[in-house]
Design a protein around this ligand. Sequence first.
Ligand SMILES: [Zn+2]
Length: 196
Amino acid sequence: MTRCLNCGAERDADICDFCGLNSSAAEFSLRRKLLNRTAVFLVGALAFVAASVRFPALELDGILIFIGVLFFPTLGLAVWVERRALRHTEVEAMKRIYYGLVPVPWLLALLLFANGAFDRGPPTLQETRVVGKFAMPGPVPSRRLVVISWRDGRRLERVPVDRVDFDSFSRGDVIEVKVQDGLVGIPWVAGVSHPD
Ligand SMILES: [Zn+2]
């Protein structure tokens, strides 16, 4: 059984009965759609990064690992679907999975954004001590102050900070971390400061 690459209808002849495209036109159409959706996916990933910089979750590293685990296989799936389309082989199921994954970074970006932007709760000030610093350069530089955790069952927290705050703290400094509970329960860091 062959399915039309454009509309997914079953077909016996070169011209699809349902959408009227022949197999090359259907392949072209599918590859254009794949490219468009991939653009939507990549912009979604950027939106997620922007949201995570603006409202950095306390568990940002865990969330970033999750995103990475999702991001690369999803792009790999897009490449795989395109390769199969070039050979005019069955893509329908994988295409649907890919299309289903495309909005995920957007949803996570919206979740992080809403979690911070509409969080009207009072912040909690946590006084603790810096025990390490970690910075990774790159297109999206990440800077963390490693501090002693104030939460039960945890030893350390890796607090996301901007460059100014990163530079103003040294190992051993006492630090005040302003933590917000988050609208949907994802704690995030509203800022850090030196105690008076
Ligand atoms: Zn068709």
